[in-house]
Design a protein around this ligand. Structure first.
Ligand SMILES: Nc1nc2c(ncn2[C@@H]2O[C@H](COP(=O)(O)OP(=O)(O)OP(=O)(O)O)[C@@H](O)[C@H]2O)c(=O)[nH]1
Ligand SMILES: [Mg+2]
Length: 307
């Protein structure tokens, strides 16, 4: 996936969060008072960063003694980057084929993310195979096949009601025989049976590893970004049990809860690798901490208006 650097793209991230900060801080000008820091803390909490992270950020900015509001915002952006996890955020797609398992609760955006990712990988010259392992809903299978068509890539699916682990096993054999370099596995967000969803997903992962050593190479947990920290409970249940290697935050276009990324990453200690900014094929981007921080507080908007 491409790095999303242009300000044009990051201007679409968390627009309501940005408006919140711009409106909330408009009344202040230097030198900075206690009132300013109190407002800043309230705004961070309103943006769903959580009280602990809000307090930590404000304290860190205060220690830097910024003389003016713009300098305080620059300091805040740096502190936000410091709170996010260090290290690489690219997808690990070195194995051939590389298997990417995508999971999360229903409606989080799994199928849409796979469609967009397939489009991006194909544009980058790769040969992805989409696997519909959400055999619990016929409509879920059809949705993935429709995305495969839209992205112009191949797909395989089991029968509705079939065993999703068996579908994945067969798909990985086929991928090796037919030389696909990436396999994207869509899973169910909800089961209509009494089965425990996490147990079912663990089985899919185990069977993938049996079909292909080292698989899955990426286990991406998809979270609905517009729910903010409300998705943390789900994330704990999934992320812990399945050893997620990365987060995908969808519906980050427009959200007022952009600050939740900080709380989610620091609580789960799983890097955000991709963000979804809409429902179109081109609306998935590599997550970039510096650009994200600038998007939250208006740095992107001000730099793009001067360029
Ligand atoms: N605005 C916006 N909408 C999105 C984004 N990603 C997904 N959606 C929408 O969210 C809804 C659910 O997306 P799906 O991809 O079907 O979610 P899912 O996780 O596969 O859902 P189940 O298969 O039911 O578990 C759809 O209407 C998508 O168009 C995004 O980044 N931005
Ligand atoms: Mg789906």
């Amino acid at each position: 996936m491409e790095q999303a650097e242009p300000a044009r793209i990051w201007n679409r991230v968390a627009t309501r969060t940005r408006t919140l900060f711009q409106d909330g801080l408009r009344a202040f000008s230097g030198p900075l008072s206690d009132d300013f820091y109190e407002s800043l803390e309230e705004l961070l909490i309103a943006a769903d960063a959580g009280p602990a992270i809000a307090a930590r950020l404000v304290e860190a900015v205060r220690r830097r003694r910024p003389p003016t509001v713009p300098e305080a915002i620059v300091a805040l952006e740096a502190e936000v980057v410091a709170i996010l996890l260090p290290g690489p955020r690219g997808l690990n797609l070195e194995a051939n084929p590389s298997v990417v398992l995508v999971y999360g609760v229903n409606g989080a955006g799994k199928t849409t993310t796979i469609g967009k990712l397939a489009h991006g990988l194909k544009a980058a010259g790769r040969r992805p195979l989409l696997v519909a392992a959400d055999t619990f809903r016929a409509a879920g299978i059809e949705q993935l096949l429709a995305w495969a068509e839209r992205a112009g890539v191949e797909s395989v699916a089991g029968r509705p009601g079939g065993d999703s682990a068996a579908v994945v096993f067969d798909a990985l054999q086929a991928a090796q025989a037919r030389r696909f370099d990436t396999v994207l596995v869509d899973t169910a967000g909800r089961l209509q049976t009494q089965h425990n969803l996490v147990e079912e997903l663990k089985k899919v992962a185990r069977v993938a590893g049996r079909a292909l050593e080292g698989a899955p190479h990426e286990s991406l947990l998809v979270l609905d970004g517009s729910l903010g920290q409300n998705s943390l409970a789900q994330a704990r249940a999934f992320g812990g049990a399945l050893g997620a290697t990365g987060l995908v935050l969808t519906k980050m276009d427009g959200t007022a809860r952009g600050g939740s990324v900080l709380a989610i990453e620091s609580e789960l200690e799983i890097p955000t690798k991709l963000i979804g900014l809409g429902e179109g094929v081109g609306d998935l981007y590599a997550f970039d901490p510096s650009w994200f921080a600038r998007a939250l507080f208006g740095g992107v908007a001000s730099s793009s208006s001067t360029s």
